[in-house]
Design a protein around this ligand. Structure first.
Ligand code: NAD
Ligand code: MN
Length: 488
């Protein structure tokens, strides 16, 4: 065996030998049809589109494009399954199926992780340690609730809604599918799910798992396509609930489309989270939290800590530590176990990020990027931060959805609360301080659905997730996540 060497570069930290995860154990078809009524069905238009690996721009598979006719077929299959099987089945039997799905995801975790990384560009460390285990955990958690809804909502006689149309984004493909499917099934609903067009593969793999779990035909239907397919789900008149995660722009279109109909909705939209560092915080931990907050998953995180607020007295030291840490981030092959920052999900998203890098500089902010080299093929962005920004700058107000941080300072608690809340969004926030009382004061005054104390980007199936203001409404996760699939 060839001897591998570990070089140590004292300027930039560790320079590690390549450690790529193998792809030998994964199985991908060349072409994927639509999963409707428990079977793989050809799209009625006969059209397919390619999904690529954003790290090398190579095609991974062809995917069916569902049109209105296919959506109608899927909704009919879901309605039939609801009326004839799923709503009649004892809740504890439904729970067994959901447990089975959870266990099958665990068994195939390695395959799911590699496919997630290939299709979306996120580092294998994240898909392996975060996305896939959390997806299984969501199925386990909601499987447990299936036969205990009367205890979750005592004296309220919860009833299922019917057919749920679910539309997910590309940043956490399998995890978002789990967040949506698991509570829907546990509450006795049937599902038509459409994953994002750049990252459909793990949802299609999940369809295989659902088949293997023996779920009755039509209980979960997974159809692929872009925005038009999503719109056809939203506008179908036999859908009882829309669960959407994606951009605020599309969220508004959906809310308009369903106004005046019987359809219920939960919308999980954009964010522009404040990450607030007080002078009494454990600064090294806080710096790790800043890094995790914005560079995790290339900043493709709706709850990313994209606005940093540093108390003035520790500004210099935090910035020095932060820039040092940025230099040690490994950007490159997402399949490498040492990679911290993978590929940007698509060419379109890279264009959006680059547009904001220009806007930031035109607005007079100072841009700093780590000194790394980017691969030649694929879509990449260096970890970036802007200083000398003001509240009115577009890079402070608008969601960039990339590894781009806007840094500001503050002196007092009142000042930082005002600045942090001065945004159209209200999804998440982080507070770093040694003082518990300060933390609790902050959590009661920040307008955000999720607030982390001395940590960031931590997720758990028992904990509700969702936003205020233009970040949407409704909650996923925890008991709250059940409620939005029930009527009383
Ligand atoms: P997007 O809104 O463009 O797409 C999301 C999904 O909606 C995709 O499946 C897409 O095909 C579909 N879609 C597009 N147009 C549609 C239409 N008119 N009708 C119905 N469906 C339509 O967003 P994106 O680019 O995929 O994802 C990035 C955005 O998602 C960011 O703004 C981010 O903040 C947000 N996001 C939010 C959360 C959350 O939980 N709040 C989580 C992840 C992503
Ligand atoms: Mn892809």
């Amino acid at each position: 065996m060839a001897k591998k060497t570990i070089k140590i570069n004292f300027d930039t930290g560790w320079d590690l030998a390549p450690a790529p995860e193998s792809t030998g154990h994964i199985q991908l078809n060349e072409k994927y049809d639509l999963f409707i009524g428990g079977k793989w069905v050809k799209p009625s238009s006969g059209k397919y589109f390619a999904t690529i690996n954003p790290a090398d721009e190579k095609k991974l598979a062809m995917i069916a494009e569902a049109n209105e006719k296919d959506v109608d077929k899927a909704v009919k299959a879901a309605r039939k399954a609801y009326d004839t099987v799923w709503s009649k089945m004892p809740a504890k039997e439904r729970g067994k199926y959901i447990y089975r799905i959870a266990r099958l995801i665990q068994e195939k975790a390695r395959e799911f992780a590699v496919i997630e990384t290939l299709d979306g560009g996120k580092p294998i460390r994240e898909s392996r340690d975060i996305d896939i285990p959390l997806a299984a955990a969501h199925f386990f958690y909601y499987a447990g609730w299936a036969d205990k809804l009367d205890y979750a909502f005592p004296n309220r006689k919860p009833k299922s809604l019917g057919v749920a149309g679910q539309i997910t984004p590309w940043n956490f493909p399998l995890l978002m599918a789990a967040w949506k499917i698991a509570p829907a099934l546990a509450t006795g609903n049937t599902v038509v799910l459409k994953p994002a067009e750049t990252t459909s593969l793990t949802a299609l793999k999940l369809a295989e798992v659902i088949q293997e779990a023996g779920l009755p035909d039509g209980v979960v239907n997974i159809i692929t396509g872009a925005g038009e397919t999503g719109a056809a789900i939203v506008n179908h008149n036999d859908i009882d609930k829309i669960a959407f995660t994606g951009s605020t722009g599309v969220g508004k279109i959906i809310q308009n489309a369903i106004a005046g109909t019987h359809k219920k909705a939960t919308l999980e939209l954009g964010g522009k989270a404040a990450n607030i560092i007080f002078e009494d915080a454990a600064l090294d931990q806080a710096v790790e939290g800043i890094i995790n907050g914005i560079y995790f998953n290339q900043g493709h995180v709706c709850c990313a800590g994209s606005r940093l607020f540093i108390q003035e007295s520790v500004y210099d030291i935090v910035m020095r530590k932060l820039k040092d840490r940025m230099e040690s981030l490994v950007v490159g092959n997402p399949l490498d176990k040492n990679t911290d920052i993978g590929a940007i999900n698509s060419k379109e998203q890279l264009q959006v990020i680059n547009k904001y890098l220009k806007i930031g500089q035109q607005e007079g902010a100072e841009m700093y990027q780590s000194n790394c080299t980017l691969p030649k093929k694929g879509y990449w962005c260096k970890p970036t931060l802007f200083t000398n920004v003001s509240q009115s700058n577009r890079i402070v107000q608008e969601e960039i959805f990339g590894p781009v941080l806007a840094v500001q300072t503050f002196r007092t608690v009142a000042e930082v609360i005002e600045k942090a809340n001065n945004t159209p969004f209200g999804l998440s926030a982080g507070v770093w301080t040694d003082k518990g009382s300060k933390l609790f004061n902050m959590t009661s005054q920040l307008n955000a659905g999720i607030i982390w104390g001395n940590t960031f980007n931590k997720f758990d199936p028992t904990s509700p997730f969702g936003g205020y203001k233009e970040s949407g409404f409704g909650r996923e996760g925890g008991l709250h996540g059940l409620k939005d699939y029930l009527r009383f």
